[in-house]
Design a protein around this ligand. Sequence first.
Ligand code: ZN
Length: 241
Amino acid sequence: MKKPSISRQLAEDLVAASRILAQHEVLDAYGHVSARSDKRPERFVMSRSLAPALVTAADLMELDADSEPLPGDKRKGFLERYIHGEIYRARPEVMAIVHSHSASVIPFGVTRSKLRPIYHMGSFLWSGTPVFDIRKTKPDNDLLIRDRPLGQALAGALGKCNCVLMRGHGMTVIGDSVPEAVFRAIYTEMNARLQLQATQLEGPIEFLSEEEGRRSTASNRGTLERPWELWKKAVSGRGRS
Ligand SMILES: [Zn+2]
């Protein structure tokens, strides 16, 4: 199998990202992480259809701008790869994407309660957390983003935000690097958990202001290497290809 046209560093980051997200229980047997190719920016790379904890570099597949495997690659890709392809098309600055079925996020996709930044680690949620309702695009659906039109509709719902919730399904976050997308996936789950806890206490809840959200997002970018190094170390040596 031809190797994806990405740098070795990016391939290593993607493998680590899959394993980190599985270890943090943001991904289980389902969900996926992808990166825009750093050599051919119209393409992206993600693992073949496989539980994220088992991913090795040999499982990475290069997909074209329409989310289809390159000619000759007969491996089975993820059904929902169109989530990634259509967001990369709509948002040229996006370099990495995580799609998960993160449990604590689900209530916010099926109620009127908005997921909002409750602490600085979730500050990137200042951008808003729109809810994508697949029924509006496809009334006869199975909740999955199985084709390009559904991927386009999801990308449209995401708009300029950092996170989109998917009714009765999960969420998708974007980042300008693999570490940032992983960070955001982990802290979207934590923010949701903390927000649910805070609703049990006397309110109203004091969320971060938009200005605090912007400033804190910039600060977190500056220290991303620290958690990334720690998380990578915790999964290193497992299942090298
Ligand atoms: Zn899904």
